[in-house]
Structure formats: structure tokens, C-alpha cells
Write a protein that binds this ligand. Structure first.
Ligand code: HEM
Length: 313
């Protein structure tokens, strides 16, 4: 095991202390439910890496001192993904997708990992772990305990599985973060990346999502607009199951230009709590829990990948 992996595993107990539920329980629950694809992510196992550039608008710098919003083009490595631990998750059966971004500026890595849904299904990490471990017969009781689970199902009911590829989506931060500007003013925000490429390919029925992405990128970069919103005074800041009413104001923060596939994003941990100066985390318990859970998955898959590589040598 290399030094980085050891360091990561050593870092995990801090996360455990900060949370009531052990993040190891979340990783074990994924492993039990889906099995283990050695060397791969325990969740969002199937994915597609890409390269991109992000350029902020001048508006963004009014809200945050973060260098990724300076207006200079920032290199980004990203990954589209399917939730769950199935490496062969079928595009045609998929309603929920993820998009993760690693903005790279000098030695800063600013991460985002978003979903194409309006809100999260559960409000607390323990509910997330419970959801992974319950039997179908226990689901009704679980839904009565967490009404957001039924609301989440309802929000997706009219989606047609597999009908929109990775680019024909919007991707939502779901959690609240704080932006801090030069005057040290702190502004709670959530954001969404909206794709400008909602047009489906004529022969889409014969192509999987990766092939659709290849064909679209052959025509040129795919652009997504980052739109930031602010809370209405009644909006809850720390509940990821609560969809904001918002103040009504929206600010265009910049554009992500996806230029190609084939980035090396396997050794990237898209932990959304890794943010740049000018960004702060909210106390959303699900957001806080993600960090130690991702670190455990990352540590395991990196050490497995190293062992697999050794075997091949
Ligand atoms: C308790 C809640 C959650 C747990 C335990 C959890 C766990 C995980 C784990 C273990 C991974 C794989 C990490 C790796 O090996 O690098 C992952 C990936 C991911 N998760 Fe979560 N997650 C949670 C909530 C969320 C939420 C709320 C979102 C969206 C707002 C989200 C979006 C993603 C995305 C997009 C990826 C794929 C990142 C990549 O491509 O590497 N997750 N999650």
C-alpha cells in the first residue's frame, strides 16, 4: 500500500468522530448490496472521464475570492457517472446521473460532485445507510419514516429511463455552500450546471451514452452554464431534501466547456468538501458525511488498483 493510501485511511477516524453513523457502514452497505468491483468506486462505479475548461463571468468575482472564479480559464477534469455499485449499469435503465468536477488551479483542487435531481432522497447519513440495507418489504415503513424518499420517487416518476444522455441534463449542487468575497461577506448559495446541448442525436437509439458523447464532442465542445441561486428567507440551508424556493435572483457564474473524453480521473477523489478559499461548507450532515465515506472508498480502490497492477507486472 502506498503512502497516500495509508494517509487517507489514517484520516478516516476524524470523520467517524464527527458523525453519528460510521462511514465504514456506508461503504460496507454498498459492498454488500452491489458486490465489489476491485479497484473501482464503491458508489457511482460506472462512469466516463472528460476534460474541460471553466471560465467565470466577471459577476462571480463579486461573490467569492476563489481563484477558480477569477475569470481566467481553469483546467477541469470531470466524470459523468451512474449511481450505485454496478460497473455495468445500463444506460437504458438510468434516470439518475452524476457529474463531478475537479477544478485545477496551481496546487488547488476544487471539487464538485452533483446529481441531475432537484433534491436528495434522504436528509441524514443514517437514512442513506438504512436505505442501502433494507429489504423491499421494509421499504414502506422506511418511506413513512422519511417522507422525502416518496417525494424523490415522485419527482422522477415521469422521467423516461435512458432517454437523455450525459450532456442532455442539468446537474445540481443540492447542498448549500457559502461564498466569501473580498469584503468577507458570506453568501449562502446552491447552483446548477445547465447544458446547452439538449438536442438528441438522430440515431441515438442505437448508441450508448459514451458513443453519444463521442459523436457530440466530434462536432465541438459541449457547454454548460453554471447558474447560482440564493435562498429565500424561508429556505432551509442544511437539509438536502429541501428544494429551495430561492430569492428569485439567479447569477450566471461561468461556462464549462467540455472538450474531450479520456481524462485520467480514476485516481481522483471528487470529495465535494474539498473547496478553494472563498468557498465554505454548510452544516448539511449529508455533505459532511460524504467526505469520510469517499475517503474510505478512495483508499480501498487505490490500494486494490495498485495490487492489480503489481499482479499484471
Ligand atoms: C450519505 C450520502 C452519500 C454517501 C455515503 C455517498 C457515497 C459515495 C461514494 C462512496 C462514492 C465513491 C467515491 C470514490 O470512490 O471516489 C460516491 C460518488 C459520488 N457521489 Fe456520493 N454519496 C452520498 C451522497 C451524495 C450526494 C448528496 C450527491 C450529490 C449531490 C452525490 C454524488 C456523487 C457523485 C456525482 C459521485 C461520483 C463521483 C465520481 O465520479 O468520482 N453523492 N458517493
Amino acid at each position: 500500500m502506498n503512502a497516500i493510501v495509508l494517509l487517507l485511511i489514517a484520516a478516516v477516524p476524524f470523520g467517524v468522530a464527527a458523525n453519528q453513523v460510521d462511514p465504514n457502514a456506508a461503504i460496507s452497505a454498498f459492498e454488500k448490496k452491489f458486490g465489489v468491483s476491485e479497484g473501482k468506486r464503491r458508489n457511482h462505479t460506472k462512469g466516463l472521464c472528460f476534460v474541460a475548461t471553466f471560465t467565470a463571468t466577471p459577476e462571480a468575482a463579486k461573490y467569492t475570492v476563489s481563484p477558480i472564479f477569477s475569470g481566467e480559464p481553469i483546467a477541469v477534469v470531470g466524470r459523468f457517472s451512474h449511481p450505485g455499485g454496478n460497473l455495468h449499469s445500463e444506460d437504458a435503465k438510468t434516470k439518475v446521473l452524476g457529474m463531478a468536477l475537479d477544478f485545477r488551479y496551481n496546487d488547488i483542487h476544487h471539487k464538485m460532485a452533483m446529481l441531475n435531481v432537484p433534491f436528495f432522497s434522504v436528509p441524514m447519513p443514517e437514512a442513506f445507510v438504512e436505505q442501502l440495507t433494507i429489504t423491499p418489504a421494509e421499504r414502506e415503513v422506511f418511506k413513512a419514516k422519511y417522507p422525502s424518499v416518496g417525494q424523490f420517487e415522485q419527482a422522477l416518476v415521469e422521467r423516461v429511463a435512458g432517454s437523455h444522455d450525459y450532456f442532455e441534463q442539468y446537474y445540481n449542487s443540492i447542498h448549500t455552500f457559502y461564498l466569501v468575497n473580498k469584503a468577507k461577506e458570506k453568501q449562502p448559495v446552491r447552483w446548477t450546471f445547465y447544458s446547452q446541448t439538449m438536442q438528441a442525436l438522430a440515431d441515438r437509439a442505437t448508441l450508448n451514452f459514451e458513443q453519444q458523447a463521442e459523436q457530440k464532442l466530434a462536432l465541438g465542445p459541449v457547454t454548460m452554464d453554471m447558474i447560482v441561486s440564493f435562498p429565500h428567507e424561508s429556505d432551509k440551508l442544511n437539509d438536502p431534501t429541501y428544494q429551495w424556493v430561492t430569492s428569485g435572483e439567479r447569477v450566471h457564474f461561468g461556462q464549462l466547456h467540455i472538450t474531450g473524453l479520456g481524462a485520467d480521473c480514476e485516481p481522483v477523489n471528487f470529495d465535494p468538501t474539498m473547496v478553494s478559499p472563498g468557498f465554505e461548507l454548510s452544516d448539511d450532515p449529508v455533505l459532511r458525511f460524504r467526505s469520510p465515506a469517499y475517503a474510505i472508498s478512495f483508499g480501498k480502490r487505490l490500494s486494490e488498483a495498485a495490487k492489480l497492477a503489481q499482479k499484471r507486472e
